[in-house]
Design a protein around this ligand. Structure first.
Ligand SMILES: CC(C)(COP(=O)(O)OP(=O)(O)OC[C@H]1O[C@@H](n2cnc3c(N)ncnc32)[C@H](O)[C@@H]1OP(=O)(O)O)[C@@H](O)C(=O)NCCC(=O)NCCS
Length: 299
């Protein structure tokens, strides 16, 4: 098996592998698929990631020339993050993911490596904890199956603008210890037409929180986001959940934020999965409220 960077002409093959391996794993173990539409929807992963971090997808190829694994990684000034990892079902348990992970760790240059892994997927959880990762936060994946109804609008939440980027970057650095300017710029520019983003500001116009969202057949999610407190994040979630979307978006809320979680339950939110924020190396414990996402997995 060879581990090497994905070629540009392999983007569709990687999209097919993401679709096939993720749906097969979830169907087999949990009785439902993740991607309801065809494999083409998973083109969003190579498209978004190659635009953000060109050349940062590794693939695993057998001696017979078959692609049996892929993983994207995201180098940032403060850390390297990792996702989405996939191994072909017929190659499961043969060390494909471990080889991809080892190669990414060797490229991390001493920086902490971060990711979010499913707590309902023991293969994924085990892969990372065996490699030395340790959990730093538990997230519950939530969804409003029937929307958010008539919940009050916070007048201090508005669409994010290019002029907010510096404040958002500084807020993430202060509360989460991570820096990812190019991600924030991409959400707000929204050249792909699939992103939206909101900020919560105080009376003086200072940014107290930020939440982006993606609306695409391959990913309908709120996040990433950061806020100084649970009330600010609640307002941001409601603002983004209220937008017109093709499907109710999934969002990851830190389970330790009990007031936020209780408020979301009162609004009709339901849990659909559990995820664990994991890191290898020393990282800052998150302050305020952090909301990661699966696209882009850059936190
Ligand atoms: C999760 C996934 C990537 C794992 O890929 P894989 O190639 O089968 O994994 P590997 O064979 O490299 O095994 C990973 C490690 O987990 C270990 N492991 C697996 N189950 C374990 C368990 N219950 N307890 C302890 N360790 C376990 C293996 O021993 C191996 O560690 P080692 O190399 O140190 O021996 C694969 O199942 C997959 O693609 N699933 C669908 C998509 C998905 O869920 N991706 C992850 C979320 S983005």
């Amino acid at each position: 098996m060879t581990i090497r960077p994905m070629r540009v002409d392999e983007r569709d093959a990687v999209a097919r592998l993401i679709h096939r391996s993720t749906n097969a794993w979830y169907q087999d173990r949990l009785g439902h698929e993740i991607f309801a539409s065809g494999w083409e929807a998973c083109r969003v992963f190579p498209e978004v990631y190659e635009a953000l971090d060109p050349g940062c997808c590794l693939v695993a190829e057998t001696g017979a020339g078959e692609l049996v694994g892929s993983c994207f990684y995201h180098p940032r000034p403060t850390h390297v993050s990792l996702g989405i990892m996939n191994a072909a079902p017929e190659a499961a348990g043969q060390g494909v993911a471990r080889r991809l992970l080892d190669e990414i760790l060797s490229r991390a240059d001493g920086l902490p490596v971060r990711l979010v892994s499913s707590a309902m997927n023991l293969d994924s959880f085990s892969l990372y904890t065996r490699a030395g990762f340790a959990p730093y936060e538990l997230f519950q994946d939530m969804v409003f199956p029937n929307g958010v109804g008539t919940a009050a609008v916070d007048p201090e939440v508005r669409d994010a603008r290019a002029g907010d980027v510096d404040a958002i970057v500084a807020l993430e650095e202060r509360l989460l210890g991570i820096s990812r300017r190019k991600d924030i710029e991409m959400f707000i520019r929204n050249e792909a037409g699939i992103w939206s983003s909101s900020v919560k500001v105080d009376a003086a116009g200072r940014v107290l929180g930020f939440l982006a969202a993606i609306d695409h057949p391959g990913a309908a999610m709120l996040g990433p986001g950061v806020a100084v407190d649970e009330g600010a994040m609640r307002s941001l979630i409601l603002a983004e959940a209220r937008r017109e979307r093709r499907a109710p978006p999934v969002f990851l809320v830190p389970s330790r934020c009990r007031d936020l979680v209780a408020g979301l339950y009162r609004l009709g939110a339901r849990n659909c999965e559990l995820h664990v924020g994991q890191a290898l190396g020393e990282i800052k414990a998150p302050e305020g409220v952090m909301m990661p996402t699966f696209l882009p997995e850059t936190a």
